[in-house]
Design a protein around this ligand. Structure first.
Ligand SMILES: [Zn+2]
Length: 229
């Protein structure tokens, strides 16, 4: 009976260690920083995308203006062939103004297109960086999930071992242990003069009772003290 309870106390200890190990397994710092990095990249890319759309809109506007001016230029040129001397001068000056305005538009459009190319290149590079980060996140998550499954299997195994040992005990003792297990720790070993569960030193009275082989509980945690006196 004594050795069976000691084995059960050790099995219980293992169940609690396995459970603590499983609960301690949370997402690690590297994963958290990678997720933050991915979110930052996504925000930056969305910002660039917005800027690119604005530029596309501006290029379309410049294009429309250029076409409008082109049409005016053609009209003025047609008038020029039939114009008299005074009108000719006015038409020349208007055509001059138009030509300068068209040159400005061309220049503006070219600049905008270059800026757009640059934005798109940055967008692509951000997307690549983002995809790389995403793959590293997935790999880490997979590793973490594997470790979690391993620890969960260990816990199940420890619980099964504990239940099997418990099943070998006589009914009254088993009930006594099951009742305690529902509230927390049920069995503790005496390690020197300390309780193996809460690590508190036993009082003189409890230590004496235990030494006499009496059934006694730890005064601190309530676990049933078992093992060799
Ligand atoms: Zn205790």
């Amino acid at each position: 009976m004594g050795t069976e309870l000691v084995s059960l106390a050790r099995a219980e200890e293992r169940v609690w260690r396995c459970r603590a190990a499983l609960e301690a397994l949370t997402d690690d710092a590297e994963l958290a920083s990678l997720r933050a990095e991915r979110d930052r990249l996504a925000r930056e890319r969305a910002g660039l995308h917005g800027e690119a759309l604005e530029l596309e809109h501006r290029i379309a506007q410049l294009d429309a203006q250029r076409h409008e001016l082109g049409r005016r230029q053609s009209r003025l040129r047609a008038q020029e062939s039939t114009a008299d001397y005074r009108d000719q001068e006015r038409l020349d000056s208007e055509l001059d103004t138009l030509r300068r305005r068209l040159e400005e538009l061309d220049e503006g459009e070219l600049e905008a297109m270059e800026a757009l190319d640059e934005l798109r290149a940055r967008e692509t590079s951000l997307a690549e960086h983002e995809a790389l980060t995403e793959r590293r996140i997935a790999a880490l998550e997979e590793a973490l999930e594997g470790e979690r499954a391993r620890r969960a299997a260990e816990l199940s195994e420890a619980k099964a071992h504990w239940a099997a040992l418990l099943g070998e005990l006589d009914e009254p003792v088993r009930r006594r242990i099951e009742g305690r297990a529902r509230r927390g720790r049920s069995l503790a070993l005496v390690d020197g003069s300390r309780c193996s569960v809460c690590h508190m030193t036993l009082s003189q009275a409890v230590a004496s009772s235990f030494a006499r082989g009496e059934s006694v509980d730890c005064e601190s945690c309530g676990a049933w003290l078992v093992g060799e006196a």
